[in-house]
Ligand binder design. Sequence first.
Ligand code: NAD
Length: 258
Amino acid sequence: MITSKSVLITGSTSGIGLGVAHAFAGAGYNLLFNGLEATGAQIAADVAKQYGVQTVYSPANMMKPDEITAMVRVAEKQFGRLDVVVNNAGIQYVAPIDEFPVEKWDAIIAVNMSATFHTARAAWPGMKARKFGRIINVTSAHALVASEFKAAYVTSKHGITGLTKVLALEGAPFGITCNSICPGYVKTPLVEGQIKDQAKAHGISEEEVIAKVLLAKQPIKQFITVEALGALAVFLASEQANQITGASIPIEGGWTAQ
Ligand code: NAD
């Protein structure tokens, strides 16, 4: 599929967001990259060269509503339109509730949840006017089920499950769909670090950490790939997916079937 449509992907200078960006670039989309990595502008330039698409990089901080709105306007100005928003930027912190730092709670709710409201709110008028829009949220299996010690993360991701349904209803008359993709564990740099740390902490091999700790809840004992997530996101953005809306789609090796 070749398209001249455009996509804004938050947190796309690392991990899942970067993988999803490659999938959209491969399908011919122009892309706005966002993320805190210092390599952002270089990544945007490299992807433009590799796929022959237009790209732009925005260092907007997802904790700041004004910067989020300005980032959406950059995409609209640069590409003439913004068809797809992928809300992917996310952070995590793990602690029991009575030890959970208040500032970590506030940051996780802001980046993982509130930023999704702000991007959708800013992109909405343009999508409504053109009678086409796709809002795709990268949530988590933790948007559907809980784990202990992840109060802020689980709350933020469940919050987006609700927002996804609201936007689906509000977007229905205007050709705008909103869906969430709910991954299990994906082997991003973030998770690779966790594997090493846990192996040291428990005095077990990295293979044992993967099978017994990380993938304990995934019946198919394999990591989800960024390629699979990218393919699903590109499909949800397509014309063929116009009847899929308000859904939170698990891609987690059977985790939430239990
Ligand atoms: P990552 O750390 O590799 O990437 C996160 C991206 O978000 C980075 O580009 C980072 O710069 C950006 N970001 C963080 N805070 C930001 C802020 N304030 N402003 C702008 N950008 C910010 O992580 P990842 O594993 O690729 O995770 C991406 C998304 O997928 C997150 O929402 C995460 O919750 C979700 N997820 C990850 C996994 C997994 O196993 N890796 C599983 C399920 C869901």
